[in-house]
Write a protein that binds this ligand. Structure first.
Ligand SMILES: NC(=O)c1ccc[n+]([C@@H]2O[C@H](COP(=O)([O-])OP(=O)(O)OC[C@H]3O[C@@H](n4cnc5c(N)ncnc54)[C@H](O)[C@@H]3O)[C@@H](O)[C@H]2O)c1
Length: 341
């Protein structure tokens, strides 16, 4: 499709879907938004109405089947991803699916098996940190051998606030899943064991919700990853990753040096300000992610994290939810890729 514009349909136009609609319409080259669908029809109409020539589809399956749609962005809740992914695979349409791929490893396996059976990869998973210039550079530096072997990662992931419906398991499945992918990406290895601890909860956490959470991953090569995820810190969106090698370390997510303060009610400072949410911090990463998806799809290929990465991350999150309940380390059991066929 060298000369043709890539025509995109978006399923689910809440926060992420509307954000993707905006970037597709204003900042992404060689692509055009043509169709949106959302069970909240007023929301779908409102998003479609912002851009010239965008229609609404009656539902997700109609959008996927539409002849005018070359590729699909899935930005609906994770609980409905599986059926939508299976339909995209059936129609052979390139798909950028927001994380998590699906809700558990069994459903993720069904998606992977369906893609495998079709004999063609079409799924990219929305782990946008892989496209963030800092994380990309970090990966390059670690790979260059300049710091010797990578021994540890220390991740921090904080949000200002979340609705009360964001329960303890979602902190693992929807938030920690980004650190799960970062660890797999930076080490280039799988996670073989996860432990999720429950420190004293913040008084801002709803009754029964474990927030913050501290977790550990053991990588297949023996490296260790520590994670703090705190989704109601009352301050803002802070995402940092420090990789420690044998002869040096590298940090992503630290904009400037200087005195570092955070406090609720006032903008935190470290020589710069703390973004209020993920869209501000990772705006460039989302742009690069979507452009890479469009470019690869037009060329008939898939880049970045694929269905295997989505499956592996889901399996680790599933083990993490088990560990959250018991406080004990849980081994991660991944199928061997040969069993897919
Ligand atoms: N990559 C990231 O950094 C990031 C950040 C936030 C959310 N997400 C992911 O994006 C997805 C959407 O999250 P959100 O924050 O935009 O949620 P949201 O609740 O703001 O939006 C979801 C939208 O999907 C619609 N919807 C519900 N069921 C649907 C269905 N069956 N078909 C089509 N649409 C349906 C809802 O009406 C809503 O408009 C989730 O998978 C979430 O985990 C990713």
């Amino acid at each position: 499709m060298d000369d043709q514009v890539f025509r995109v349909g978006i399923i689910g136009v809440g926060r992420m879907g509307a954000d993707h609609a905006e970037r597709l319409s204003r900042r992404i080259a060689n692509a055009r938004l043509v169709l949106v669908s959302d069970p909240d029809s007023a929301r779908a109409e409102a998003v479609a109405g912002r851009y010239h020539g965008v229609r609404t589809a009656s539902d997700a399956l109609a959008l996927i089947a539409d002849d005018e749609v070359d590729g699909v962005v899935i930005a609906s809740p994770g609980s409905v991803h599986e059926g939508q992914l299976l339909a995209c695979i059936e129609h052979g349409k390139p798909t950028l699916c927001e994380k998590p791929l699906t809700m558990d490893s069994e459903s993720a396996l069904r998606v992977m098996r369906a893609e495998h059976a079709k004999g063609r990869s079409v799924v990219q998973v929305g782990f946008m940190r892989r496209f963030d210039p800092e994380y990309e550079r970090m990966k390059e530096l670690l790979g260059s051998g300049r710091f010797g072997r990578t021994l540890m990662l220390h991740n921090t992931h904080r949000n200002k606030d979340m609705p009360p419906s964001f329960r303890s398991e979602m902190i693992v499945r929807d938030s920690l899943v980004h650190e799960i992918d970062v660890a797999r990406f930076l080490f280039g290895e799988e996670i073989e064991e996860i432990t999720v601890l429950s420190p004293r909860p913040s008084s801002f956490a709803p009754e029964g919700v474990v927030d913050p959470q501290v977790s550990f991953f053991r990588m297949t090569g023996g490296g260790v990853v520590t994670n703090e995820v705190f989704v109601r810190n009352q301050v803002g969106y802070e995402v940092r990753c420090e990789a420690v090698g044998e002869t040096g370390s590298v940090i992503a997510g630290r904009p400037a040096t200087g005195l570092y303060t955070t406090s609720s009610g006032v903008a935190g400072a470290w020589g710069g300000t703390i973004p209020q949410d993920f869209r501000a911090r990772f705006e460039r990463a989302y742009d690069l992610e979507l452009q890479a998806w469009v470019d690869a799809s037009r060329a008939g290929s898939v880049v970045g994290p694929g269905a295997w990465d989505g499956y592996a991350a889901t399996a680790v999150a599933e083990a993490g939810i088990e560990s959250l309940a018991s406080g004990q380390p849980v081994r991660v059991a991944l199928v061997s890729p040969e069993t897919l066929s």
